[in-house]
Design a protein around this ligand. Structure first.
Ligand SMILES: NC(=O)c1ccc[n+]([C@@H]2O[C@H](COP(=O)([O-])OP(=O)(O)OC[C@H]3O[C@@H](n4cnc5c(N)ncnc54)[C@H](O)[C@@H]3O)[C@@H](O)[C@H]2O)c1
Ligand SMILES: O=C(O)C[C@H](O)C(=O)O
Ligand SMILES: [Mn+2]
Length: 551
């Protein structure tokens, strides 16, 4: 394609703004189209950061960063890379929840995303092709936004989660932003607030389910695979009724990943391994309870269960360590409403004298005395003081992970968990949490958010040109996060800190890529895994432009 000077200035993949050199200004006809001073990238970063800091709240900060992203990708990612822990809660969860809820009202521009409608399926191919605009797409994040974080159905507004997750891929793992595509599948919405909102930008009808929905997803997947044959396809925030089915349908055919099921499974397993490093206990001795057994809750249980098997436990014995609690209480095998993923761990009523009374978390904790309690229920404040104290009365170092996002939905606050258990609880939270000072010890709180692993997992899988994302690769990712935190330090976190996200994303990528090659899943011949991973990484630095001008 040939560029005009105006197109160059408005293409965020190529634009350098005030950093265009004099030679470039001469070559591309930019003289007089920019202020005359020529800045370095570091001057631009300094200036942008000062603007960022002048914004009053995280939403304003995020809007400013999005404006920067829309204008100049190198500048945006350079700034992000220099402030990764500070920017994560602004670019990503929890602030992203606010921009999703207000997406239509705040709409400025489409951010190179693809908006596919269930009512216009003939457009799927041309829309994907034109969004890619000749770029070599290797990573696509798609959502249908039925289950955005814990805030529910946000229709086309959920596109922001695809955009945001991709930003984290680049900031954390160095995925080239010109090789990614965010996609929203607009199958309607059951969110009445959106349907009644004049400004709502999506399809104004109820969400479509059943055959028509599945045909839509299938057509999208087939088209994306055809257009981008080396694709890593990441599914995000689909509803409970579809997420696991879609994963099961494609996982043995294409390189695909469900973040809520698999990514969350990895980070929670890694967090448990970290916690057990601190407590010096054995994984297979732990009694595990999940509160909220939906997409994430059941996905995590499945990953942790696999670990018990890997550690040598027989399936029937391992199953006895798992208890799922959902809306109806402890899940029993005579319940006709169980999802397939829940059925695997459902218990028999005959195991309990008071089975019919186990209809709440409190009753289940009293009856079962779990060692591990993971919250993916979307129900804020449900890990109450009495439940937590009851749990702590029966286990030396309770592992408690309230993971529901965003902040307003968390099952508990880290600070309370530390206090209620007299510093014994090993805690990780879904959103970032400040360290907790208690009795002279500073407790660092790990962030059990899939963002700590999905970037490295994707980088490793893509770099290895793996045909599939296998269970072994997933397990390798979970195990690779060990050894970064010193478990002997008082108050040590169960997971590595977000300040090191870029470093350990590479560790995860290497572990995953090595596993893929070891299992012979690589399409290309890969002699040097480390080189393959490094070669795949993009750095936010201005490069000479290799473009043709229109006149
Ligand atoms: N930290 C992370 O990395 C991470 C990853 C994925 C999901 N999550 C969070 O987990 C939560 C759930 O996400 P999901 O994708 O599994 O959603 P989901 O809708 O698939 O599952 C939620 C489950 O909670 C159950 N539930 C609702 N009310 C309940 C109640 N009163 N008591 C017990 N259970 C109840 C639902 O029946 C459902 O099974 C969200 O808040 C999400 O942000 C966190
Ligand atoms: O998006 C997040 O913060 C994590 C997770 O994928 C979620 O759905 O909550
Ligand atoms: Mn999610």
């Amino acid at each position: 394609m040939k560029y005009t000077a105006q197109q160059l200035l408005h293409d965020p993949f190529l634009n350098k703004g005030t950093a265009f050199t004099q030679a470039e200004r001469d070559a591309y006809g930019l003289n007089g189209l920019l202020p005359s001073a020529i800045q370095s990238l570091s001057q631009q970063v300094k200036q942008a950061y000062a603007q960022y800091e002048s914004k009053n709240d995280n939403l304003q900060k995020r809007l400013f960063l999005m404006q920067l992203f829309n204008t100049n990708h190198v500048l945006y990612y350079k700034l992000f890379s220099e402030h990764i822990a500070e920017f994560m809660p602004v670019v990503y969860d929890p602030t992203i929840a606010d921009t999703i809820e207000n997406y239509s009202a705040l709409f400025v521009e489409p951010q190179n995303a693809t908006y596919l409608s269930i009512d216009a399926q003939d457009d799927i191919e041309s829309a994907l092709r034109r969004s890619a605009n000749g770029r070599d797409i290797r990573l696509l994040v798609v959502t249908d936004a039925e289950g955005i974080l814990g805030i529910g159905d946000w229709g086309t507004q959920g596109v922001d989660i695809a955009v945001g997750k991709l930003m984290v891929y680049t900031a954390a793992a160095g995925i080239d932003p010109s090789q990614v595509l965010p996609v929203v599948l607009d199958a309607g919405t059951n969110n009445q607030e959106l349907l009644n909102d004049d400004l709502y930008l999506g399809n104004r009808h109820e969400r479509v389910y059943g055959d028509k929905y599945h045909a839509f997803v299938d057509k999208f997947v087939a088209t994306a695979e055809k257009l981008f044959p080396r694709l890593y396809l990441h599914f995000e925030d689909f509803g409970r009724a579809n997420a696991a089915d879609i994963l099961d349908q494609y996982k043995n055919q294409i390189t695909t990943f469900n973040d809520d099921i698999q990514g969350t499974g990895i980070i929670v397993l890694a967090g448990m391994l970290g916690a057990l490093n601190i407590s010096k206990q054995k994984m297979t001795d732990q009694v595990y309870m999940s509160f909220g057994a939906g997409t994430a809750g059941a996905g995590i249980a499945a990953r942790v269960y696999e670990e018990y098997l890997q550690q040598g436990m027989a399936p029937e014995d391992a199953k006895k360590h798992f208890y799922l609690v959902d809306k109806q209480g402890l899940l029993f095998d005579d319940d006709p409403t169980l999802t397939p993923a829940q059925k695997v761990f459902a218990r028999s009523r005959s195991e309990f004298e008071n089975a019919n009374e186990l209809t709440s978390l409190e009753a289940a904790v009293k009856a079962i005395h779990p060692d591990v309690l993971v919250g993916t229920s979307t129900q804020p404040g449900t890990f109450t003081e009495s439940i937590v104290k009851e749990m702590a009365a029966h286990t030396e170092r309770p592992i408690i992970f309230p993971l529901s996002n965003p902040t307003k939905l968390a099952e508990a606050k880290a600070e309370d968990l530390i206090k209620w258990t007299d510093g014994k609880a090993l805690v990780a939270t879904g959103i970032p949490a400040a360290p907790v000072e208690y009795n002279g010890v500073t407790y660092e709180i790990g962030q059990a958010n899939n963002a700590l692993v999905y970037p490295g997992l994707g980088l490793g899988t893509i770099a290895a040109t793996s045909k599939l994302l296998s269970d072994d690769m997933i397990s390798a990712a979970a195990h690779s996060l060990g050894g970064i935190v010193d478990p002997e330090l008082a108050g040590a976190a169960v997971l590595p800190p977000v300040t090191k996200l870029d470093q350990f994303s590479k560790t995860v990528a290497l572990a995953v890529a090595n596993q893929a090659v070891k299992d012979g899943l690589n399409v290309d011949d890969i002699k040097d895994v480390e080189k393959a991973v490094s070669d795949m990484q993009w750095a936010p630095e201005y490069q000479p432009l290799n473009i043709e001008m229109a006149d």
